[in-house]
Design a protein around this ligand. Sequence first.
Ligand code: BYC
Ligand code: FE
Ligand code: FE
Length: 471
Amino acid sequence: MTSIDYSSKIPNNVDLSSDKRLQRALESWQPDYLDWWNSVGPTDFNANDIYLRTAVSVERDGWAHFDYVKMPDYRWGIFLTPHEGERKIGFGDHYGEDAWQSVPGEYRNSLRRLIVTQADTEPASVEQQRLLGHTAPSLYDLRNLFQVNVEEGRHLWAMVYLLQSYFGRDGREEADELLERRSGNPDHPRILGTFNEPCEEWLSFFCFTMFTDRDGKFQLLALAESGFDPLARTCRFMLTEEAHHLFVGQTGVGRVIQRTCEVMNENPGKDVREYGAIPFEIIQKYINFWASSSTDLYGAEVSSNSANFFRSGLKGRAYEEKKYTDHKALEGAYEINRFTDGKLSKEEVPLRNAMNEILRDEYIADNQKGIEYWNKICERAGIDYRFKLPHRRFNRKIGDYATGWFDLEGNSIDETTWTTRASEWLPTREEREYVKSLMKRCVKPGEFAAWIAPPSKGINGQPVEFEYVKL
Ligand code: BYC
Ligand code: FE
Ligand code: FE
């Protein structure tokens, strides 16, 4: 079934009405979800019409419909990409066997843990971004923020569907807890580090959608290979939505850089702060922070969890089928740079134990492309400054490198050097205050705050000055 049933309370293409028990379970979770949205989702804009896209089909083209919607009326639903005939498990010990349509008993706990971890990030990001609407630099950006928010809400629905549908009572309990943890709450935090970091101004929002949503892309690519077919198909559809989030981050930071270039060229030799733009050095520090924090999201370099996920056929590598020939990954090793007892070394690790690092490598390469796109903006403006991705060892809280201190180039340094120099690498309190001071609401159609350039085009063929949000 590929067409979406919009007549039921919960839009879906999984024939929900034929499973009354599940339908009831989801319908009883729905009001709790809306309570959560209303209490910790975007503040104050729930009565406004917003030009949003909604999924209307799961086909590759034309799945999106654009119209004015109030956020609480957004049709959060359950969409899986269609079955592809007889799908086979594409990696691990079960390589070549039929993909699972229900949860294999022996993998139930690991699978639930993976799904819960994925699920937890979605509401966390909405919580992190909840106040940003008040300081939007334009209607265009305000609309993009809300598009990202409603889709992250939908990603939570996607995971909750899996939990409620396939994990019985403990799945229902997990679904409830997903609405109880809170980003940044010391007593009841979200599961992964980055999702507890404050995201209080738009430079952080753009860095988050650039670097943290990109973790989403790669984790979803790995889960889209899963032998558990409903998870794979859910993640495939989520990836189509994710592309826009990454676009928001990539072009958002790009437009901040563009604006700074313009101010520099118009006012040579002056401090861009006098004109309300953001100096490159500050932008670079925000990049350093969000890129390093998001690099932690792949877990430890050497991980028996990741080996188990792979062995069991639960979580593969990104582009497993296209990119690799040996899908069992039993032979061969991966050379990993390690840091143990205060020393850097190289170690050959059995491939399966290196899966976190392999995914992180893909992620870092993708980040690097984003940096190059930003540097082209400087180059086109005739400005010498070049942005750099911090080394993967820099500022890590997870894995080997969390046990030491490293500079932006990845050189091992001592704690005193770190303490004295960290302010050269990460945003200082004053710099954060400066960025925050620029965040004033700018919401006349076609107007943009002084610290960011307009986009090159609008959303869905609409002009840049379109009234994306009716205030
Ligand atoms: N912070 O073997 P290890 C997205 C924990 S983003 C805190 O190193 P493993 C989105 C780990 O849980 C995509 N804790 O790790 C983006 C384990 O704890 P337990 C999210 C961390 O298990 C933007 C312990 O350390 N999806 O969609 O191999 C907006 C040692 O485990 C962190 C997924 O992550 C951390 N950074 O790998 C909206 C996919 N890292 O169990 C949405 C599902 C590790 O010993 N998750 N730990 O208490 C996974 O595949 C794995 O859980 C991880 C960790 C890759 C995250
Ligand atoms: Fe998401
Ligand atoms: Fe996202």
